[in-house]
Ligand binder design. Structure first.
Ligand code: SAH
Length: 401
């Protein structure tokens, strides 16, 4: 039964005792290996979940192809999914109204974190960027409700869908192109923490900017001083925030298009930085740090924000080696009293493992590291205590002597 016929009797999916125990612990996913029976359940259906003996455990969205077969939407019955969807969108928006400050760019809906599994919506000033990650959320009625509710409540100039072809393949969904879903505007300027950024909805990585770092930029800026290096700078998120506090800022990234936007962003914010230029270098960060360390370059502030090195659990060891190499080199290059801002967006690398890596790097570099702030993702990316997968970003700010 498609997700749109929620008022009718829902199909049932029976899960194993291990799956049931997972739900009882407060998690919201059941893996395919814990599905006992899902006879003739259509892809993307809304389903009643039961234990082995048929006892009801709640209502979920079903995927016929993902390893995450069940994503719970309620621990009870859901007589009208459309009404629930509208209510959850309203709740997500109200939550942001209470907790988000100093920005017109933030995550409006964060999938499981807002009890809307498979749906991500980001706001960039007057443009909303939408991502649909599951079969159920892809149903045309669901899309219509999402778009009409967002339009009614946020009145954006445009809504743009960003499509990740890999996700659609995993969900066994037909290919779909990124593009406008309402309105006709695809570029705007947004402001966070008083810093302005260009946004082009159909270019760039992720949904356009790294909104999850928003509060970390402001935190890092408090301690930044002297000569600063922003490694993996993308469109200049850290560099632009550090610039007003620093005598000189260099940003490094391997992507030329990202650096071109970074430079345009620097122009937008020149007054903030006392009209100082930021230097942008296109390079492989590993090679550049190696060369700089070999030639005894020194900095007072270094930000390290690499892409996710561990995309799966199997990559964790090699990811930690990569993080250690970067952090070791950065620590060696910092002047006494220097500030290291070091990040990992790999969910599979835990905060504890990341801090262990930093401890080992500090020992090897013969440096003393004092933790100033141990941070995570911005609060508009809410973490559900019982769903550890909702917490993925680590940002450690330390003072190095
Ligand atoms: N700090 C940025 C986000 C960084 S995302 C912000 O706050 O907006 C990771 C960035 O690393 C991307 O821009 C990507 O182009 C870059 N990157 C990936 N591999 C790289 C490498 N080996 N050397 C330099 N940059 C790299």
């Amino acid at each position: 039964m498609p997700a749109t016929s929620a008022r009718l009797k829902l199909p049932a999916v029976r899960i194993s005792s291990r799956g049931a125990a997972r739900l009882k612990s407060g998690h919201v996913w059941v893996y395919r290996s814990d599905i006992v029976a899902a006879d003739s359940v259509a892809p993307g259906s809304i389903v009643n979940v039961t234990d082995q003996r048929g006892k009801p455990l709640g209502t979920a969205l079903y995927s016929s192809s993902s390893q995450i077969a069940i994503r719970m939407i309620s621990s009870g019955p859901v007589p009208d999914f459309s009404a629930l969807l509208r209510q959850r969108i309203a709740d997500a928006i109200a939550y942001r109204d209470r907790i988000v400050r100093d920005t017109n760019a933030y995550r409006v809906i964060f999938s499981e974190g807002d009890f809307l599994p498979g749906l991500i919506v980001d706001r960039y000033n007057d443009i909303l960027s939408l991502q649909i990650l599951t079969q159920a959320m892809n149903a045309s009625l669901i899309r219509e409700i999402v778009i009409s509710e967002l339009t009614r409540r946020q009145n954006p100039a445009a809504i743009v869908e960003r499509v990740d072809p890999r996700v659609r393949e995993l969900e066994d969904l037909p290919p779909n192109a990124s593009g406008l879903r309402s309105g006709d505007k695809t570029a705007t300027i947004f402001t966070m923490n008083g810093v302005q950024f260009h946004y082009d909805a159909l270019e760039g990585q992720k949904t356009g900017a790294f909104l999850d770092q928003r509060e970390n930029y402001a935190a890092a800026a408090q301690y930044a001083h002297g000569e600063a290096l922003d490694v993996f700078c993308y469109q200049g998120g850290f560099a632009l925030h550090l610039a007003p506090r620093c005598s000189q800022v260099t940003g490094v990234d391997s992507s030329r298009p990202a650096l071109e936007v970074a430079d345009q962003n620097a122009t937008l914010n020149r007054e903030l930085a006392g009209r100082r230029e930021i230097e942008w270098i296109e390079a492989n960060a590993f090679d550049l740090l190696k060369d700089y360390a070999a030639s005894n370059r020194c900095y007072d502030t270094i930000a390290l924000d690499p892409p996710a090195f561990a995309k799966t659990r199997r990559d964790v060891d090699s990811a930690l080696r990569g993080y250690k190499e970067l952090n070791l080199r950065a620590l060696k290059m910092l002047r006494p009293g220097g500030v290291l801002i070091t990040c990992s967006c790999s969910y599979h690398v835990s905060q504890a493992a990341f801090l262990d890596m930093l401890t080992a790097a500090a020992l090897d570099a013969h440096r003393t590291v004092r933790l100033v702030e141990v941070r995570g993702q911005a609060r508009d990316h809410p973490v559900l205590l019982n769903v550890p997968e909702t917490a993925y970003l680590k940002c450690v700010i330390s003072s190095v002597s």
